[in-house]
Design a protein around this ligand. Structure first.
Ligand code: AP5
Length: 221
């Protein structure tokens, strides 16, 4: 019976580079069972594997530019399959443009799904610069740290899996400036989701735990 079908949840984390999307996706993934799908992580995986997509993407990512819509859309839609044993998906870093949002809506509609919530984590530029230039992450398990705000227990080593932490190529100060200039969520994208009454704004300047609590409230779980 169609009404008995288990629904699959689709939630989006929106925010400028460094707003805390990845950090929060990992917390919320544990608490809600929604699976994190990060467009940045998927692209970096392609870079590591040395695929053609990865080679083309790397050049743009290193300059702080967006990767073309069709590339990212194809990659995400392949990963976000109908729920099969999972509660749903939490998209981190996608969509970034209205074209991406429209493509996602079409794909979800075709399978009877829809976006439940778009959580917009708001943080001012000067704080974003501090966060990005102090970030260290685990190339193995994806855990994210900050040299001042949330340092690992052992210097340079991942608490979770013991791998050596690394700084991202695109977190150099000049590239951070380009990313902030070019990759803040565009007004048209915000308006697109406001028009669908799914957008909730969350103050991202507070501590990680406070932001998580507010996101959970906004999510209604
Ligand atoms: P992507 O990897 O998505 O990078 P981004 O959007 O720039 O986001 P970040 O991962 O830098 O930041 P975040 O919001 O996840 O913050 P985090 O939690 O790490 O994309 C990389 C590139 O891929 C793009 O430049 C583009 O080229 C391409 N790309 C990706 N998606 C695309 C798309 N859809 N279309 C086209 N191109 C695409 O936190 C940052 C730091 O702050 C950490 O050190 C963390 O410990 C710290 N921190 C987090 N929360 C707090 C807090 N509450 N208080 C204090 N510190 C905190």
């Amino acid at each position: 019976h169609p009404l008995m079908a288990v629904s699959c949840r689709y939630v989006i984390l929106l925010g400028a580079p460094g707003a805390g999307k990845g950090t929060q996706a990992q917390v919320l993934q544990e608490r809600t069972g929604l699976v994190q799908v990060s467009s940045g992580d998927l692209l970096r995986e392609q870079v590591r594997q040395g695929t053609e997509l990865g080679r083309k993407a790397k050049e743009l990512m290193d300059r702080g530019e967006l990767v073309p819509d069709h590339v990212v859309i194809g990659m995400i839609l392949e990963r976000v399959q109908p729920c099969d044993g999972v509660a749903g998906y939490m998209l981190d870093g996608f969509p970034r443009t209205t074209a991406q949002a429209v493509a996602l809506d079409r794909a979800l509609e075709a399978r009877g799904g829809r976006i439940e919530r778009v959580l917009y984590i708001e943080v001012p530029d000067e704080e974003l610069v501090r966060r990005l230039t102090g970030r260290w992450s685990c190339p193995q398990c994806g855990a994210v740290y900050h040299e001042v705000n949330s340092p690992p227990k052992g210097a340079g080593v991942c608490d979770r899996c013991g791998a050596t932490l690394a700084q991202r190529e695109d977190d150099r100060a000049e590239t951070v400036r380009t990313r902030l200039a070019k990759q803040r969520p565009p007004d048209a994208l915000i308006a697109y989701y406001e028009g669908r009454s799914v957008l909730r704004r969350v103050d991202g300047t507070r501590g990680v735990d406070e932001v998580s609590a507010e996101l959970e409230r906004a999510l209604g779980t």
